[in-house]
Ligand binder design. Structure first.
Ligand code: GTP
Ligand code: MG
Length: 270
């Protein structure tokens, strides 16, 4: 195949970066594309855009990278760029808990602006726990891994400064996007249990018990569910996340929260 023809047939994919300001999104991209690190902070204004050619599974791929500004004032600029996204890096700073807790609102933002639930289903997400070189880490690996797992996302420990995890993260993301394209747009399902000792379902249940606003939500029930529903949901979850069965971080606390949630709800149903 001649060069001209090969270029014409190169696959194009669209990847975006998401996450709070100053978490290191631009630096991760710069580390990958330019193999360098800049320690001075230059906030991204709106969106930065670049194309890079990579080889994935022996195929030439043109990656269009949209590097989003994390600051809330740029929401109006960002929201138009979510459409047609195939891969997304969700970046937080392991030295800044707020940036980790913001991941849910980033997911909410893309969900709102990408178009449809089916479009969101097709996106491959890679969570980047960034700045792992830093000495003041406050979000531990297990916590980040659990969040990623509960959503079925990839998880990587990264440092734009040292380069740790960056190539691995991009290669995995690009490969998964290509596989999704080859499978007609459906991304591969990650099997969490093969490498972390717990399943996606367990991670989801634990995450929900941790963050739910009330006891009904903890049990995955609508407000006002019956006594029978409460007991049924409790039994199912108790089997699922029993500390003998789950190696996920936070299992014991989640199990206690489950027992307490049921007890409190049954009291109101007497
Ligand atoms: P916005 O464009 O404002 O949304 O920020 P951003 O997420 O693109 O952050 P950026 O890449 O500009 O990096 C923010 C600051 O963090 C800069 O001062 C970087 O030098 C620093 N930084 C980025 N990655 C790392 C890292 O892995 N380790 C350390 N120690 N510092 C980092
Ligand atoms: Mg930036």
């Amino acid at each position: 195949m001649d060069k001209f023809h090969r270029n014409k047939t190169a696959i194009r994919i669209k990847v975006i970066s998401m996450g709070n300001a100053e978490t290191g999104k631009s630096c991760i991209i710069k580390r990958y594309c330019e193999k360098r690190f800049v320690s001075k902070y230059m906030t991204t204004i709106g969106i930065d855009y670049g194309v890079t050619k990579v080889s994935v599974n022996g195929k030439e791929v043109k990656v269009n990278i949209f590097d989003m500004a994390g600051h809330p004032v740029f929401y109006e600029v960002r929201n138009e760029f979510y459409k047609d996204t195939q891969g997304a890096m969700l970046v937080y700073d392991v030295g800044n808990r707020e940036s980790f807790e913001a991941l849910d609102s980033w997911l909410e933002e893309i969900r709102k602006d990408i178009g449809s639930a089916a479009d969101l289903e097709g996106v491959v997400f890679a969570v980047c726990a960034n700045k792992v070189d830093s000495r003041k880490r406050v979000v531990e690996e297990a916590e980040g891994q659990l969040w990623a797992n509960s959503h079925g996302f990839y998880y990587f420990e990264t440092s734009a400064q040292t380069g740790e995890g960056i190539n691995d993260m991009f290669q995995t993301l690009f490969k998964a996007v290509l596989t999704a394209i080859e499978n007609g747009g459906k991304p591969v399902q990650l099997n969490a249990s093969t490498n972390v000792g717990y399943t996606k379902e367990q991670a989801e249940a634990i995450q929900r018990l941790k963050t739910a606003k009330d006891n009904y939500e903890r049990l995955g029930l609508p407000a006002g569910a019956s006594r029978e529903d409460i007991n049924r949901a409790y039994r199912r979850l108790a089997v699922l996340i029993h500390p003998d069965k789950s190696l996920a971080p936070g299992t014991e606390d989640a199990f206690k929260a489950l027992v307490n949630a049921r007890a409190a709800l049954l009291q109101t149903h007497r």
